[in-house]
Design a protein around this ligand. Structure first.
Ligand SMILES: [Mg+2]
Length: 366
């Protein structure tokens, strides 16, 4: 194939709003639906898809960016397209919605390039492993004890070695809820908690000790706001031995991750390829983690991460988030079901291996 390959001759964005299967809440927010912004980009006889979970307004920006920057370009000039995308959003800011729009486009371009080469994305990136462990993630603060027990216990029964629950909405009840979860999953499954920044430093420090002692909690995510790097580093410094402090899900740029790593604020960095500049941004976060000797874990959207997480040396596990798993299973033929708690990209399928089930998705179009 000529190195430049065919040019992009078609692109579109679709916005889907999917109601949750039950009311959901974490330490700082409550929601009843999830919005997926899906981008398709065509070149030759191939179509690449990528997406972000973002506000519906992101779709409007994606449309503008596709028309102004992406159409007519060569997919193998991906690097130059990315530079132009960032120039295009300079005046509105590179973070937030801009970064989520660019992430969805970047993911579609990676998928398209792999399809044009008729190879899987993990093969194009260069695999370091055949599969990556996932942790079941849900345990919303809106759940009663039975819902919490069923969901987390179900994942443990399915062979997941780690599960995560939300805390922080009712701090006085958190220790009890965490003990309910521990009882549901038994002793051999690691238990993670995520406060979504709900606690003060003092509350987080007290609860870190209590969670570890009473329920052997191994991971404390965003114990305080992830913007509070001083607070996070205080929690990290005094956390019980063997408890990871994790954050990074709201990181949009490499500079953000670099600041977080340099502040000694975390022991595991989280990055989200649907927010941080797509697969390209996720690779950058992997390079920063390499240099900082820090493990990396992916946040949400498992189907956008399974290939890249098998190609980034520092990646240790992925989040198998209830809402997104439900949507990705419903929307995509080729969704990878974890086996024994490990998700393996299907290297026999081109790109990310996903085909949109148009008929199943259609009723959620906005
Ligand atoms: Mg989180």
């Amino acid at each position: 194939m000529h190195i430049q390959g065919p040019r992009i001759h078609g692109s579109k964005v679709q916005v889907y709003k999917v109601p949750t299967d039950a009311p959901e809440a974490d330490g700082t927010f409550a929601w009843d639906s999830t919005t997926m912004v899906l981008v398709s980009i065509e070149a030759g006889d191939k179509r690449g898809i990528g997406y972000t979970y973002a506000d519906g307004s992101t779709g409007k920006l994606v449309k503008t960016l596709l028309e102004k920057v992406v159409e007519g370009r060569a997919p193998f000039d991906h690097g130059s397209i990315l530079q132009d995308l960032y120039r295009q959003v300079r005046n509105s800011g590179e973070t937030g919605i801009s970064s989520m729009a660019i992430s969805a486009i970047d993911n579609a371009l990676w998928d398209l390039r792999a399809r044009l080469l008729d190879t899987s994305l993990v093969s194009l990136l260069g695999s370091v492993r055949g599969g990556i462990p996932v942790y079941g993630s849900g345990g919303f603060t809106s759940y009663d004890d039975a819902q919490l027990t069923n969901q987390l216990g179900g994942w443990a029964e399915r062979g997941f070695s780690m599960v995560k629950m939300k805390v922080g909405t009712h701090p006085d009840d958190d220790l009890r809820r965490v003990s309910v979860a521990r009882k549901a999953i038994g002793e051999s499954t690691d238990l993670f908690v995520d406060a979504n920044g709900a606690y003060t430093v003092a509350q987080a420090l007290a609860l870190a000790q209590a969670f570890a002692q009473a329920s052997n909690v191994r991971w404390f995510e965003e114990p305080v706001s992830s913007d509070n790097l001083v607070g996070l580093s205080k929690v990290r410094a005094r956390a019980p031995l063997g408890m990871d402090i994790a954050a990074g899900e709201y990181g949009y740029t490499a500079w953000y991750f670099d600041r977080m790593l340099k502040a000694n604020a975390i022991t595991v960095l989280q990055a989200d390829a649907t927010r941080c500049g797509g697969i390209s941004g996720f690779l950058n976060s992997g390079a920063l983690c390499w240099a900082a000797n820090t493990p990396l874990s992916s946040h949400c959207g498992p189907s956008m991460h399974v290939h890249v997480c098998c190609a980034v040396p520092r990646a240790i596990h992925m989040e198998f988030f209830h809402d997104h798993v439900r949507i990705e299973r419903m929307f995509f033929d080729g969704f990878c079901e974890p086996v024994g708690g490990v998700m393996c990209p299907d290297r026999t399928r081109p790109g990310m291996g996903l085909t949109l089930k148009e008929k199943d998705a259609e009723r959620f179009l906005t």
